[in-house]
Design a protein around this ligand. Sequence first.
Ligand SMILES: [Zn+2]
Length: 114
Amino acid sequence: MGFFDDLKATAKTEMDGVKKSVKAAQLQSELNDLKREETEAYAAIGRQAVSEAGVQKFGDAGAKLLEIQEKITAKEAEISEVKGLEAELICPNCKTPYTEGAKFCGNCGAKLSE
Ligand SMILES: [Zn+2]
C-alpha cells in the first residue's frame, strides 16, 4: 500500500468511528426514551394500584408517597401565598400590577397607596 492508500484507509477508519459514535448516541437516546416510557407505565400502574388498594398497602413506598404529597401540598400553598401577595399590588384605577414601593402607577399615573 502506498502513502495515499494509507491516508485513505486512515480516513475511512476515522469516518467509521464517527458513524459508530453517532449511531451509538442515537441508540442511547432511543433507549432513554424507552426507559422514560417504562417509568411512565410503572407510574400509571402504581396510581391505579394505590387508588384500588390504598396507599397503606405499600409500606415504606406508600409512606414515602404520602410524605412527598404533603410536601407538594405545602409547596402549592406557599406558591398561592406568594401569588396572593403579588396580586395585592395592582393599581386600583387600571388594574396594572406594580412593584412594591411605587408611588404612582406606571400605566395610568394614579397615586398608589403604600
Ligand atoms: Zn393605573
